[in-house]
Ligand binder design. Structure first.
Ligand code: GAR
Length: 185
């Protein structure tokens, strides 16, 4: 599930063969996301559920779940999906709904993580893949990847270095799911 740039989607797609999973579809709330263009170029099944077309979050999430259930994935990976998901939706896919977040959770949940990490004087930073629960950025952590912050580093430079780590971590974690190495049971 995507909303924007799609660099994690690209990494997930490119590394699927070596990791042993298949991306069976891409669902976006944003019809003009670069991630959607990439998915279409790659011949992936694309489903758009534009949140702006729905009066309530519940109605949006019912439509989202209908598309997902039609695709029938084993695992759902949020890859820069930038809508907060409600309790019913999250509960429906409990244990198989993953997110990647650009910080070493529980540090820096929410937005603007790189600038906040630098402002706090953090020496280490990174990214986390976790199971999604209704605690935003608070679900059980599956894997993390980290780096040492460089003296005087800019938020943009730090973001770029963390993103490179994200692109390695997320396919590896999905591969673990595909190989049955990760489960909440
Ligand atoms: C990634 O850095 C991802 O970790 C972050 O959004 C970016 C999406 O980039 N996700 C979150 O902040 C979720 N809380 P991408 O569209 O290029 O993959």
């Amino acid at each position: 599930m995507v909303s924007g740039r799609g660099s994690n989607l690209r990494a997930l797609h490119e590394k699927a063969p070596e990791q042993g999973y298949v991306i069976i579809g891409v669902v976006s709330n944003n019809p003009t996301a670069p991630a959607v263009d990439y998915a279409r170029d790659q011949g992936l099944a694309v489903r758009i559920v534009d949140h702006r077309q729905f009066a309530t979050r519940d109605a949006f999430e019912v439509a989202l779940a209908a598309e997902l259930d039609d695709l029938a994935p084993d695992v759902i990976a949020l890859a820069g999906f930038l809508r907060v998901l409600g309790t019913d939706f999250v509960g429906r896919y409990r244990g198989r709904l993953l997110n990647i977040h650009p910080s070493l959770l529980p540090a820096f949940p929410g937005l603007d993580t790189h600038r906040r990490a630098l402002a706090s004087g953090a020496r280490f930073h990174g990214a986390t893949v976790h199971l999604v629960t209704d605690a935003v950025d608070g679900g059980p952590i599956i894997a993390q990847t980290g780096l040492t912050v460089n003296p005087g580093e800019s938020p943009a430079a730090l973001a770029a270095r963390v993103l490179t780590l994200e692109h390695a971590l997320y396919p590896y974690v999905l591969g673990g799911f595909a190989r049955g190495e990760t489960s909440d049971r």
